[in-house]
Design a protein around this ligand. Structure first.
Ligand SMILES: O=C(CO)[C@H](O)[C@H](O)COP(=O)(O)O
Ligand SMILES: [Fe+2]
Length: 228
């Protein structure tokens, strides 16, 4: 699968969301961080803003729900027009049922793991998912330092994906930048969320292109991609 770069609008100017979304057209997806001030200690946006963003950009929306009661809310983000919906494993009472509901409503189903949540208990669920998100910071805020202690979990997840012959995408989110994206790609990630590294740059589109080039080069020299 080709490398994908997903700018996170968490680091954009929320008073100019439509313009900020257009500033990264050419990216694969627009990553939208939904926070409820319960699952994480921060509050961002909800369904009405997602509906407006869908109308404001041609880039498909990758909604990352950092909210409690994911079983109740995630389907509403599909109805709002999100093309991919990620719920947290820690916030879903019935993750298999929820993933099936998201797919049945027409979006890609994705599950996220906080840094302290291991992948191993979820091995049998992987075929139910289109993407697995490994958080490389504690969720809640942009601009945090990348947790390189997550690299072994990325490697183990890539091994499970290969072992089961799955098409599952492996996303990393948090502290992904020019300094860290190559380690993530070499470990096995193929979808990269970048907030501050894109919106903090003078030219966000150029930052997306530069990150893509770095990730493609790192993937090409990685052992996991060569094994395919
Ligand atoms: O989910 C998130 C935080 O919980 C964000 O997507 C993430 O932190 C992006 O910001 P940055 O690239 O600046 O770390
Ligand atoms: Fe995110």
């Amino acid at each position: 699968m080709a490398v994908q770069i997903n700018p996170s609008i968490l680091s954009a100017d929320f008073a100019r969301l439509a313009e900020e979304a257009k500033a990264v057209e050419g990216a694969d997806w627009l990553h939208v961080d939904v926070m409820d001030n319960h699952f994480v200690p921060n509050l961002t946006l909800g369904v009405p803003v997602v509906e407006s963003l869908v109308r404001a950009t041609d880039t498909p929306l990758d909604c990352h729900l950092m909210i409690q009661d994911a079983d109740r809310w995630a389907p509403q983000y599909v109805e709002a027009g999100a093309s991919s919906v990620t719920f947290h494993a820690e916030a879903a009472a019935a993750p298999v049922r929820l993933a099936r509901e998201i797919r049945a409503k027409g979006a890609r189903a994705s599950m996220a793991l906080k840094p302290a949540t291991p992948i191993e208990p979820y091995e049998d669920l992987l075929p139910e998912l289109d993407m697995l998100l490994i958080m490389t910071v504690e969720p809640g805020f942009g601009g945090q330092a990348f947790l390189d202690i997550m690299l072994p979990k990325i490697r183990r997840t890539r091994e499970l994906i290969s072992k089961h012959g799955l098409e599952l995408w492996l996303q990393v989110d948090g502290g992904v930048s020019a300094s860290t994206i190559e380690q993530c790609a070499e470990a096995g990630a193929d979808v990269f969320v970048a907030g501050s590294a894109v919106y903090g740059a003078a030219d966000p589109s150029a930052a997306v292109r530069a990150l893509r080039t770095q990730a493609e080069r790192a993937t090409a020299r990685s052992s996991w991609a060569c094994d395919d």
